[in-house]
Design a protein around this ligand. Structure first.
Ligand SMILES: [Zn+2]
Length: 351
């Protein structure tokens, strides 16, 4: 084998560090080790067994104006054992934060459909979700369950108001994908025509996991998600909600089971350019304004770096224990209650 042809093979394999001088004669060729260092870098930091995100799928609105076999003929062109994760109705800390942490730990990217009023209430969480690499679409301004039956003026204000609120929250209009999910999947010809006129892809889903049902347990969510994915050709766009504690608790189990059964996660992104990141405000400003979570300020000189760093960790342990109780109390008094009860009425309509 000539030095030239060997050089071509080496370059074709991308093994740039391979030494040409050591391979002048075929008998001296040493098969290099696989590029483990490179693989480790491109895989999930700190979690070699992570599920990961196997590929990115660019969604052109003109090619896919309606997505999801629950209501439409077309869906995303997924291969066998490929799943797209979607999260509706948020953001709502701390559940959105917990879901975000689970996705990060498995290096899984998802697509969010945010409600305008929620994005306005928690803009820092919106930016955090975007900067974690997820796609953000919209889900109306107020989440009316009868969107499809509202007049054109209300449909217009709900759709455009939601987009404006999410764009404002994330701080860059280009960061918001032209993806729209109708609240409660309550479609109508009029709503779909309007969305098409705005060059928005309407996302239904291929599978749901009933995670909006009151009293559903995390393990029931996992079982429903898996059995429906398996029943629908071992693939699909799965609809979940990042505002429910049960979903937040189910997600680690769901990702584990998907991996165990050989599934891969596909990240759906919009066509065109979008910013890599958007500016986030300093943590102190976030804590002051959002009110949740409240980080304990370092007050004394005795607070060492280690001690100060431990504060958020201890806080998050307490947080985990109090999550359900705190939000249960809160939801009867705030706008959050509306979103929770909206979701309990989720009934998809067939096209
Ligand atoms: Zn919804």
């Amino acid at each position: 084998m000539s030095g030239y042809s060997l050089r071509r093979i080496v370059l074709a394999c991308g093994l740039a560090a391979f030494s040409f001088s050591a391979v002048a004669e075929p008998s001296m060729v040493v098969v290099p080790e696989p590029p483990l260092a490179v693989a480790a870098k491109t895989s999930c930091p700190g979690n070699p067994d992570a599920l990961g995100t196997s590929r990115t799928l660019t969604v052109e609105t003109s090619a896919l104006p309606r997505i999801g076999t629950m209501q439409y003929r077309a869906t995303l062109p997924l291969n066998d054992h490929e799943v797209v994760l979607t999260f509706d109705d948020g953001p709502l800390p701390p559940y959105s934060n917990r879901i975000l942490a689970t996705l990060a730990s498995e290096c899984v990217k998802a697509t969010y459909f945010m409600v305008g009023t929620m994005a306005r209430a928690y803009p820092d969480t919106v930016r955090k979700i975007y900067n974690a690499g997820h796609s953000i679409g919209t889900h109306s301004q107020h989440h009316p369950f009868s969107l499809g039956d509202l007049g054109l003026a209300r449909i217009t204000s709900e759709v455009n108001g939601g987009i404006a609120s999410v764009q404002n929250a994330v701080g860059d209009a280009r960061a918001v994908a032209p993806f729209f999910r109708i609240p409660g999947l309550a479609r109508s010809n009029q709503a779909e025509s309007y969305l098409a006129s705005q060059h928005l892809s309407v996302w239904s889903a291929d599978e749901v996991a009933d995670d909006w049902h009151r009293g559903i347990t995390p393990s029931q969510i996992v079982r429903k998600a898996m059995s429906r994915i398996e029943a629908h050709g071992h693939r699909g766009v799965l609809l979940l909600h990042d505002i429910h504690p049960a979903t937040a608790m189910a997600l680690p189990m769901l990702l584990k089971e998907l991996k165990a059964k050989g599934y891969k996660i596909v990240h759906a992104v919009p066509a065109g350019k979008r910013p890599e990141t958007v500016p986030e405000r300093p943590a102190t400003m976030v804590a002051e304004r959002s009110g949740w979570p409240r980080l304990a300020p370092a007050k004394t000189a005795e607070n060492t770096t280690e001690h100060a760093a431990a504060q958020p960790k201890r806080h998050s342990a307490r947080l985990s224990a109090r999550l359900a109780a705190a939000l249960e109390k809160k939801k009867s008094k705030t706008q959050t209650a509306d979103v929770f009860s909206f979701s309990s009425l989720f009934i998809p309509r067939q096209n």
